[in-house]
Design a protein around this ligand. Structure first.
Ligand SMILES: [Zn+2]
Length: 328
């Protein structure tokens, strides 16, 4: 979220605009080349496996990260297989084995895949920390970032989760090998914190696993339909048996719009915020990210209300703002 600082654009002179224009035209010519293909390839990477359990459960009766990752990854792949065509799926693992990170990267690069989606669960020494995250290598990767944002939005809207947003190596203050060395749009999703009791319970239920998988699927589907307009992805008789959406029913929370985040606190009375016409609240969040200050609107009681306001917020300059679920 952080680089959505409206001050950003004002600070960047024409030189940058020109460089961006060149990058944009390169991107469009690449799109033209890939548009000639009549299918896409997605590598689905269930994180960890075998001797590497990932994060361990905090209770004996719960699954370790590697097992949850594999379940969600396979459900995601199944949704694609049941409902879409012209999508080739390659798994980095389909059982409890451990391909090295280099193996995973090489497999994706050798297949000239279009997408690499790595599925993980998070952990933190603070058991209160919870929420989903979608990681990219760099926020400059336009399409990868768009997909990552779509995942986060779906986690909120389809699965009713709390989103901690899109993060890159600058945020994390380290690179992730599978994101850095894969030559395609690569996103690593963190489905929630196994160290947070409620989130761990949720991720251990079939309902939770299906909601996460169907959110990933829905966001992925919408993204590829938009990004590859010449390929027909949707089967004529789709068999969408996706996990039931929770948001239509009552939820224990409310909604707000997140505008941006920053490393250092920014005064909320600045002109960029005032222009929205909605009071902006600054919150310091307990985050592993360096961007600890989040800027949000006040809480809305319904998702519809938040959606209406989102348009207004985006029009007033925060075009990457998105809806988050918050506790009252
Ligand atoms: Zn992991």
């Amino acid at each position: 979220m952080k680089r959505i600082d409206p001050l950003f654009s004002q600070r960047f002179p024409l030189k940058w605009v020109l460089i961006l224009a060149v990058c944009f035209s390169l991107t469009s010519s690449l799109t033209t080349v890939s548009a000639q293909k009549n299918y896409i390839t997605v590598v689905i990477d269930p994180g960890h496996g075998g001797s590497d359990p990932g994060h361990l459960p905090t209770q004996k009766n719960l699954l370790s990260e590697k097992a949850i990752n594999l379940i969600i990854a396979q459900k995601f792949g199944n949704y694609i297989e049941q409902n879409l065509q012209n999508v080739k799926i390659i798994y980095t693992r389909t059982d409890d084995s451990y391909p090295s990170l280099t193996d995973r990267v090489n497999k994706a690069n050798a297949a000239r895949a279009d997408y690499f989606i790595s599925i993980h669960c998070n952990a933190n020494h603070n058991k209160h920390v919870h929420g989903t995250e979608s990681h990219v290598h760099s926020l400059k990767e336009v399409r990868g970032v768009a997909l990552a944002r779509a995942f986060e939005q779906a986690f909120v809207i389809s699965a009713g989760r709390f989103s901690r947003g899109v993060k890159d190596s600058e945020d994390r203050e380290h690179s992730l090998q599978v994101l850095k060395y894969t030559a395609m749009n690569s996103v690593l999703v963190e489905c929630g914190f196994l160290t947070n009791e409620q989130e761990a319970q949720y991720l251990n239920t079939i309902k939770g696993q299906e909601q996460m998988a169907s959110s990933i699927y829905t966001a992925f589907k919408e993204h590829i339909i938009k990004s590859h307009p010449t390929i027909a992805f949707v089967k004529s008789t789709p068999n969408e048996t996706l996990a039931k959406r929770t948001i239509n029913g009552p939820v224990s929370g409310a909604y707000a719009i997140q505008l941006m985040s920053s490393k250092e606190p920014i005064d909320t009375s600045i002109q960029e915020f005032k222009r929205i016409g909605i009071p902006v609240e600054r919150k310091k969040v307990n985050s592993t990210s360096a961007y600890k200050y989040q800027y949000r609107t006040p809480v809305y009681a319904s998702q519809d209300e938040a959606k209406r306001e989102l348009e207004k917020v985006q029009k007033s300059g925060f075009k990457d703002a998105y809806i988050i679920q918050v506790n009252r």
